[in-house]
Every structure is written in C-alpha cells, then in structure tokens.
Write a new protein. Structure first.
Lengths: 313, 313
C-alpha cells in the first residue's frame, strides 16, 4: 500500500507534515509506504531531524501552489508542484491515495480532472464530521464542492455518505436525513421538496426523513445531506464554535470536538481513488489522522464498494 | 397607540401572555392601549388574578388555531380565532400592531394576505437577532419565509433589514453582508453570485461584501442576508446552542444570549403594518418584549420609512 502525501501543503508545512509522518510511523504496527512530495533538500533535512528512515520515499517536487493561487491556472503552470506531482503518481497507479493540506481548490480540481468520478457519479462531494452532543459523530455533505445541486446529486451524496459512514465510521445502516426547514414531506425549498421522494424511494439508503437546523448536533441522523452552499455555511459556523469558545475561555470537551484538527481531513467522495483534503491549519496530529484515514479507505476498499453500488444502478 | 395581542397563542398561553401584559404595564411609563384577543371568560379570570384593570380592552375570540393546523385552512374556517380577529382589527385600523406566539404559518399567511406588502416590496421577510461574540447584535434575514429567492429579493431584504437595524436596533449605517461560501465577489451559488452586484450597486445600503459561516458570530456585518432556507438552518442551529449548552451544564452569559426568549419575537418586515410573530415557547418576558418591540416599531414609524424607501425606487 502506497500513500502519497504533500509535504508542502498547509500553513505549518513542511515541518508539521513531517512530524505527522513521524507520529504515524511510530504508532502504526504495519505502516503503509509513504510517498512524500516536496522540495528534496528541505525534506531530507527534516527527515534527518525527525530520524525518519523507513517506509518512506521522497519524490522531488520543487514547486508549491500557494493558498491563494487560482487552482486551474496553478495546476497547469506548476506541473512540478507537490500537488501536481501527487495527482500524477496517483493517476498512474504509483500510489493508492493522495493527501494534501494545500490549496483546497487545486485539490478539488485535481481530484475531479486527474482522477475522475466513479462511473455513474454525476458530482463528487466532500463531507465533514459533525460532533454529536451525545458523543457520536455524524457526516455532513456536501460542504462546498457543489454550491448548486439537482435532486439527483443529493440522492447520490446520500449513497456515498452512507457507504463512508458504514465502512469508515463503522455505523451499521446509517440513518440518512435530508437537511430541511420543516419536518414533514413537502416542506422546504424546491430542491429539498424534489429530493425527498428520491431519497424515500432509494433502497440503498436508510432514509429517515427531514432534519432541521436544531437536529444537526443531535443524534438524529448519521448522514446529513444538503447542497454545498448550506453545508459550507453550517461547517464554517460549527468550526467557529471552537474558536469562539476558546476566546471566551469556555473549556468543555464537547467544544474541543469542534476543533476540526482532530478529524484529519475531508475525503473527496465519488472519485475513483482516495483523495483527502486537509485543513490549511493542519498540524502533526491532523497529518497523522489523514494518513490513517487514507489507509482505512484503501483497506476497506471503499472506492470499490462505491463503484459496485453505482454499477448496479 | 393601540397594540393587539393574541392571548391564546403559544405553548404557555394564555397565562404567560397575561403575565407579560402585567410586566409591560408595570414597567412602562406611558403604556400603549392593549387589545387582548382570546376567550373572554378565561381572559377576565386571568386579568382579575393579575389585577390588570387599565390600558386594556378585551376582544372576544372564542376559537384557537392550533399549532399544527394548516394555516390557510384554519384562517378560513376559524374566523373567530384570536389570530383571525387580531388581523381583522389590524387591517381595519382599530389597532396599530399585532402580536401572536401562535401558529407561525397562520401568522405569516395573515400578514401577507390581510395586511399586504408595502408597495414595491416583492417578498416580505422575517429576521432574527444573532448574538455577536463581542456583545453586539446582528440581524439575520430571511429565516424561513422565503425558501427560494431571486437576487432582487435578497437586495430588498438588505434594505428592509438595514432600516430595522437603524431604527429599532439603533445601529448607524448598518453594515450589510451577503452570506456566502467565499469572500471574493464571484464566489457562491448562482443566487449569491447574481445578488452580489445588486447589493454592491445599491446606494441605500452599506454593503461590505460576502461573509462566511465563520463570520456569523463575529462583529463583521450588522445585517446578514441570505435566502430563507439557509437562514432557517442557521437560526435553528444557533437556537440549539442554548439547549445543548444547558444540557451539558455549560453556563456562560454568551450562550445565555442564544436563548431566543430574550428577544421577544420576529417582526414580519415589508408588510404595511407591524406584525410580530412570537416563538411557541414564549413566556412572560417574551410577551413583554414583543409589546415593547411593537411600540418601538410604531413610535419610530418604521413602516412609514420603509414605504418611503420603496417609493423612491
């Protein structure tokens, strides 16, 4: 198993990325081989400092795509960047997964155009973990990849999210809720109204109906589906709860769980190979968790299961 | 000044509504005349109990529209209900404002069809107060009246919200932010993309650009504009923070401000007369605050200012 990792992506790269690699290798009993993409001299220096010698392969990628660069333009012009090289090795089968905390847009564009969607998937999606107030976790998707959606997209997000919840989060028969502004069928905007019957008739998911804003933190649905506009607002609002409570000196383990660093990164669901997008503020723990997530996605053959699910449609 | 109040609306009516009246009359130096709509014998009993004798006029309304009744159907069939009677007296000029914590749908339908929109206003809206982390308050709108919107609607919400923020919340030149999933112009879903230039060119508002989910609790914009789907999800998510923190025994004055009871009710903005919709869980303090809000809306002639603003367009 070969996992590719962009060492140059993120606000605290490359140091925290390499520290994450060290954490992973120290804690893992049978670690995967890690392909590290970045500037070779810098990388060798850090690997030496952190005494990392095994299970790694350095791939020279002297360019970096900055956080504010235009994704498509940057990917085209910087073919020697860590993100471009990472996607190239994933696309050619040299690696089995790719992780980066770099330019989010470039990661999305790369995932969609270098790796491509699973056959039958109209629009890949990204999700995020939402900490439930009873200690469990929910999956919210889409959180920004698809700002405008059709009902069929939401229906597919529900399938992708259910498979992720089942195989990665370990939730049997995950309950799918449609995020809406009322409980009953027929409520909502045009998109939600049209999506409800599709979800209801979808035999591959366990649809429980509409859920409202007040249910997001409750243990009502495991997979919470909406278009990427609403999902992104919810995600960033939820993220802000961690910083707001920190600023106010409100310390409680529940709000600590809104520190999205704990969750590693966001997988792009619906593309043919595992691609994980890290938060710009990722530190060592995030990088370690993203490597573990990539490993789990490969081990459970999540993408294979998604392919089968969409073949039978 | 005559303010109409539905005594039968809300989970804790009629007792808490009458208690609210008592609070208002006790604390107010020059109270308005209150028209109380409800079952006369019940009302007289309560008025006696709370020793309320002055500044009130009881209007018999023996029927009640239940919380789960179909709004349009109920308004048509129950013409002697407190909500129907309340709107009738407002429409005929016997009262200058109407307040109810009863069936929200019936209140909205009543506001739109008995009172009608201000000329030029395409779609009236409802907003809510969002407690900012620095102690200030923001206004979020729409929060559910308009699940699907056009760019022109958002542009009008910005004007209505700005006038409310200025005259009722006392904010000079309120900063208007467009709720979006990115900071730069051009980001967002089709609606947000098309709304941005309208807001930018609108000389009646102080538009500061896009705001994201993470900015909702920060003091970035005073008036936060979006369609009613996203707004309703944000509102109910924000409301849930109060109960979640209560359940977890996290007590902090900031989260106490998410107890929406403090704010009284939600005015319907863009209709020709003041209509205030209370939360179903309204207690005495809410009712008092709603009466005070109605009084302020009348005293500042908010609706008159809105009319002028839309006349000049």
């Amino acid at each position: 198993m070969n996992i590719g990792l962009d060492i140059m992506g993120g606000d605290f790269a490359p140091r925290e990325a390499v520290k994450g690699v060290q954490l992973y290798l120290t804690e893992s009993k049978s670690p995967a081989s890690l392909f590290l993409f970045g500037d070779e001299p810098v990388l060798h220096e850090l690997l030496k400092e952190f005494q990392i010698t095994e299970h790694i392969k350095v791939v020279h990628a002297p360019q970096v795509i900055g956080m504010n660069e235009h994704p498509t333009k940057a990917l085209k012009e910087k073919q020697q960047s860590s993100i471009s090289v990472g996607f190239h090795l994933l696309a050619t089968g040299n690696t089995d997964a790719f992780i980066s905390a770099g330019n989010t847009g470039a990661m999305m564009v790369g995932a969609l155009f270098s790796i491509k969607a699973i056959e039958g998937v109209q629009r890949p999606t990204i999700g995020t973990i939402i900490p439930k107030e009873n200690g469990k976790t929910g999956l919210l998707l889409d959180v920004g990849l698809n700002a405008d959606c059709k009902p069929e997209n939401l229906d597919q997000f529900a399938i992708l999210g259910s498979l992720y919840a089942q195989h990665i989060l370990g939730i049997d028969s995950p309950r799918v809720g449609l995020i809406n502004i009322g409980e009953e069928e027929g409520k909502g905007n045009l998109l939600a109204q049209a999506s409800y019957p599709l979800l209801k008739e979808n035999k591959e998911i366990n649809f429980i109906g509409n859920i409202e804003g007040r249910d997001l933190l409750l243990d009502k649905a495991d997979v919470m589906v909406c278009e990427g506009f609403t999902g992104n607002i919810i995600l960033k609002f939820a993220e802000s709860l961690f910083s707001v409570t920190q600023d106010k000196n409100i310390h409680h383990e529940y709000f600590d769980r809104f520190n999205f660093e704990n969750y590693g990164g966001t997988p792009v669901l619906g593309v043919a190979k595992p691609v994980i997008i890290g938060h710009g503020i990722s530190k060592a723990k995030s990088f370690k968790n993203m490597i573990l997530l990539a490993q789990k996605m490969i081990e459970t053959d999540l993408m294979g299961k998604m392919k089968i699910s969409f073949q039978t449609k």
